[in-house]
Every structure is written in C-alpha cells, then in structure tokens.
Design a protein around this ligand. Structure first.
Ligand SMILES: Cc1cc2nc3c(=O)[nH]c(=O)nc-3n(C[C@H](O)[C@H](O)[C@H](O)COP(=O)(O)OP(=O)(O)OC[C@H]3O[C@@H](n4cnc5c(N)ncnc54)[C@H](O)[C@@H]3O)c2cc1C
Length: 544
C-alpha cells in the first residue's frame, strides 16, 4: 500500500516536487531516495487567510507495486446492433463510448460541423459576421462543452462514476492533473483536441459520427422510436438517444408537434458579470499586490436569497472571456470560457436568479409546455434589440414590450452583429445609466444599456439585490470597473423530456432515451457525460 501524506504548503513549495517530495518523505519517515513514485491525489487552495495549498500525496516506497497505467478497451462494433444518438455533446459522446464498451454500434448524428470548421464559424460570430444556426458556441462537435471553460466539477457525482469519466478524458488527451485538482478544468484551447480524439475512438471502433446531420423528425411505429429523419433520410436503430442539448429548440418543437409529452420546468436567467481578474485576486487572496507567480487566478462562488428568490453565481471563469453563445443572429446570449492557463486579465461569472413556473404562466395558454422556452426566447430577443436600438439611436427608453411579444420580428439578415447590452455594475445596482463602459473581454463589443430598466422587474430586482449582498461579502465586488452583460439565459433547460426512472425511456415512447442537459437530467459537462453513460447502460439492460 502506498503511504498517503497530507501537506499544507506555500504556493511556491506546492509547485515544485523537488521541494514537497522530501517534506512528504520526512513525514513518512523514509529517505527521499526510497520514494519510487510520489503521486499527487488531491490539490486545493485554502485562501481563508494567507493562501496555502493543501496537497495530498501518495508515496510508493521502494518496490511497492505502482498503479497500473490507465487503459480503456474499445472493441470493434462495426457489425453490432446500431443505436442512433442525436447530438455529439458530452451526453451523446459518452453514451457512444459506453455503448462501444458494451458491444453496440453508435451512430452519432450532429447538426453542426467538426471542431476545426466550427472554430471558423465561431471566429465569424466574434467578428460580427453572422451566426450560423447549425454551427456556433452551442452546436457542433463536442456540443456546448467544446468552446467552453471545461470546468469538470459536478455536484452529481452520485449519478455515475465521476473518476472514470475524468479518466476517459485523460485517455483522450486531457492533462492527468484533472484527476486530483479539487476543481478540475481543461480550458478551451485543449478541449477541441479531446473531442476530436473521442470521435476518432468511435470511428476506429466501427461506430459513425455524421456531421451536418440535423435531425428534423423522429420515426415512430406502434409507440416505439425506430429511428430519426434528417430531412428525407431515415436513420434506423434499436434505440434512439436524444442528447440534443438545451439550445435545440427545434427538437422540443418537433416533439411537441408529434404529441410526445414534455414538461415545463423552472430554470434560471440573469447576466454575466465581469471584473478585472486582479481585483478578484486581491479580494480573494487578501493581497493588494496581486496573486504572484504560483497561485491560480482566483474564483468565487456566491449564493443569496433575495425576497424569497435565490440569486447565485454560475459557471465562474477566472482569467476568461465572455462569449456570444446565441444560436441565432437575433438573440443576445452570453456565457463564459477560459483557456487552460486562465490568463486573460478578466474574471467573469453568470449571476442568475430563479424563473419559476408562475413567472411564465401567462404564456401557457399559447405555448403549453414550451412556455418557459418562449419566455427565454423573448428575453434573448429583447436583449438583442436593446443593444441594437441603443447602438443605432442611443435611445435610453428601453421597455419590456418585446418580452410581452410585441414588436417581435425575425431579423436573420441582421447586419449589426452580436454586440451585447451592458451596464457598469455599481450603476446597475443603483439604477443609474452608464454612459461609457470599461474595457471588456467580449470581442463583438458592448453597448451601454439600462439593464436595470428593461430586464423583467422580478429579475432586475433580485439581481440588483443579490449583487449588492455579494458586494458586502466581497469588498470591491460592486464597482464601476466591472460590467454586467445581457443575458445569461441558457444556464439550464426550461423544458424536461420525461423519462421512466427505471428504464430511462420516455414513458410513452418505447426505445426513446432522453439524455443530458436538454432533456433536463444534467447541468454541465460531467453530469451530461455521466447521464450519457447511464443511458448506454440502460439500453444494454433492455436490448441484449
Ligand atoms: C460557452 C459555454 C461554456 C460552458 N462552460 C462549462 C464549464 O466550464 N463546465 C461545465 O460543466 N459546463 C459548461 N458549459 C455547459 C456545458 O457545455 C453543457 O452543460 C453540456 O455541454 C451539456 O451536454 P449535452 O451533451 O447534454 O448537450 P450539448 O453539449 O448542448 O450537446 C448537444 C449537441 O446536440 C446537437 N444537436 C442539437 N440539435 C440537433 C439536431 N436537431 N440534430 C442533430 N444534432 C443536434 C448540438 O449541435 C450539440 O452538439 C458551458 C456551456 C457554454 C455554452
């Protein structure tokens, strides 16, 4: 058995094995020459006072057998039972990998492009040259997780084998550090390579991954899903895994049209907030002089209750960028990502509040279970219109008319791009206009806008109160050096596709397996991946 040693070190000591191995050896009462392998199994930063690094190390002394190298076995499934998977996000890809391990042939249908080509479409969005509705930050190889922060933390570790999911990513090229970091993260510069490696595993094993294959319909026979249609083409399989993500509005609409039961669910919306990273470092590490060479860019996690409504930070990206995450040119949707080194001068995070069923009840009569989706769509359209109108006319008279559905028109040919509406944080909290904005990481550009006025009243009130509360906990958080940008509206799905808790199929459609975030069973890369694996296991249990 290896000897496990827990150390509390300065950031500099923790960065250098030549320093910490002798310390660990001393505590284990062996000489450092006896240490054949020192394996870090846990690392976290404790910044409550002077920042320290907690390191747990396993020491393999002398001839102690060392852990076997990671290995995954993906057999040839080219001639095995086919299973159709809609979407190549984490849920779809991990379902595919697990199906291969279990002896099934996955056929992954993806509306978007492979990562390299998708990267070009994303560059076009950032240059305000239009949004391809099939290839953007949400759609394309690897799903919403590819051009993201790649944080791999999940609260739903119970739902599957969390460590195995991380090991699968390491097998496909992620750094082994993700196996022991308290808050593992990959970074947007490395994720595309990993997604490509997963695709190569699927293809090498005889599965298929088809790009530009937008699923438009589902093929039902006698209450069974037997395949899907991409336009005129029918793709059949023993089961259909629906892992299309929460931005696939056309999939929800298609299911609703086909009479497949869906449920409205509460979700969360808000804004993305951006501070200078140096400011967050100085607040979190209590060091006005900066974080120095050895500490990572600081992060935060904030929660409060404001007038009975939860307000919380979401998907914090230290050293990151705010990105345009819309799927259509007439929406303003923002999200965040960061590179592996987390070295941009900005720190961003979603600050969101609950949207309850009662908040969109007025849309139920016309939109049924898709009422929340309609609420979300109108909010995104409103945000886009605010940026467009204010940019062209500097008109500060924003109203909620578009949220009620008035003045709504599609503008797919728009030429004003995806500039986003923004307000300085102290101005937002105090309900004052911002006439100019600080520099930001949001490449397409920001337009000064009174978010406090045009956001629906219950959202604006909760967010302003929440940010104020956060400012009391983190001195300096409420500052005009920071901005709020609209809108962070795709934190979770407003629609659930129900499924039987035992078989994991849709209760009324045999062989249809709703999976991942879009179906309402995950919220993040790892939880979606674990859900995909669960679905694969459920398919194997019923299709021997
Ligand atoms: C910018 C950004 C940053 C993020 N950062 C993080 C993070 O750091 N950590 C984290 O845990 N989560 C993060 N997320 C969220 C995370 O990416 C999602 O939770 C996760 O990807 C959900 O996985 P999924 O497989 O369920 O769906 P998705 O990843 O959304 O994948 C669905 C796939 O289905 C495809 N599809 C949709 N409709 C069709 C159709 N009709 N036919 C064929 N294919 C279709 C889409 O193109 C897409 O590839 C981020 C998201 C974004 C947008």
């Amino acid at each position: 058995m290896p000897v496990t040693i827990s150390l509390q070190l300065s950031p500099k000591q923790a960065a250098d094995p030549k320093t910490y191995i002798p310390i660990a050896a001393r505590l284990a009462r062996v000489s450092d020459t006896q240490v054949a392998l020192a394996r870090v199994v846990k690392r976290s930063v404790d910044a409550r006072k002077t920042p320290k690094v907690n390191l747990t190390v396993e020491l393999y002394i002398d001839n102690e057998p060392q852990p076997a190298p990671l290995h995954f076995d993906y057999p040839d499934v080219g001639a095995k039972t086919p299973v159709v998977i809609v979407g190549s996000g984490p849920a779809g890809l991990f379902a595919a990998l697990r199906l291969i391990e279990l002896g099934y042939k996955p056929i992954v249908l993806e509306r978007g492009k492979e990562v390299a080509k998708r990267g070009k479409d994303i560059a076009r969005i950032n240059r305000n040259q239009g949004v391809d509705p099939d290839s953007n930050y949400a759609f394309g190889e690897g799903g919403a997780g590819t051009f993201s922060d790649g944080k791999l933390f999940t609260r739903s570790k119970k739902r599957g084998d969390y460590n195995r999911a991380l090991q699968t990513l390491v097998w496909h090229g992620a750094s082994p550090e993700i196996l022991y970091e308290a808050h593992p993260h990959i970074g947007t510069d490395r994720l595309p390579r990993i997604m490509t490696a997963i695709r190569e595993t699927i293809l090498r094993s005889g599965g298929s991954v088809v790009f530009g294959a937008r699923v438009t319909d589902i093929e039902l026979r006698d209450g069974h899903a037997v395949g899907v249609r991409c336009g005129d083409e029918l793709v059949e399989g023993a089961a259909v895994v629906l892992a299309a993500g929460h931005s696939a509005r056309d999939i929800y609409e298609m299911l609703h049209r086909r009479g497949v039961e869906l449920e409205a669910k509460p979700f969360a919306v808000g804004v993305r907030i951006e501070h200078p990273q140096a400011l967050i470092d100085s607040i979190q590490y209590h060091t006005p002089e900066g974080r120095g060479e050895y500490l990572p860019a600081a992060s935060y996690q904030l929660v409060s209750q404001e007038g009975g409504r939860g307000v919380y930070s979401f998907c914090m990206c230290p050293g990151g960028f705010i990105v345009p995450a819309m799927t259509s040119g007439d929406e303003s949707v923002v999200n965040g990502m960061s590179p592996s080194l987390r070295n941009s001068p900005y720190a961003n995070s979603g600050i969101v509040t609950e949207v309850r069923l009662a908040d969109f009840d007025h849309l139920r009569a016309d939109h049924g279970p898709l009422a929340g989706l309609e609420f979300q769509r109108r909010l995104e359209y409103l945000a886009h219109e605010q940026a467009r109108l204010l940019r062209s006319a500097r008109n500060d008279d924003g109203s909620s008319a578009s949220l009620r559905g008035e003045n709504r028109r599609s503008n797919p040919e728009n030429t004003y791009g995806v500039q986003a509406p923004a307000q300085r944080v102290a101005d937002f909290v105090s309900a004052r206009p911002s006439h100019a904005l600080p520099r930001s990481s949001y490449v397409p550009g920001l337009t000064p806008s009174r978010l406090n006025e045009w956001l629906p009243e219950f959202i604006s009130r909760a967010l302003r109160a929440g940010i104020s509360t956060f400012g009391r906990r983190m001195r300096g958080f409420v500052t005009n050096e920071a901005v709020v940008v609209g809108v962070e509206s795709r934190t979770s799905t407003p629609v659930r596709i129900p499924r039987d808790p035992d078989t994991l199929t849709h209760p009324a459609v045999a062989n249809l397996y709703p999976a991942g975030e879009g179906a309402g069973y995950a919220g993040g890369i790892i939880s979606a991946a674990l859900d995909g694996e669960r679905i694969a296991n459920a398919i194997a249990a019923t299709h021997p």
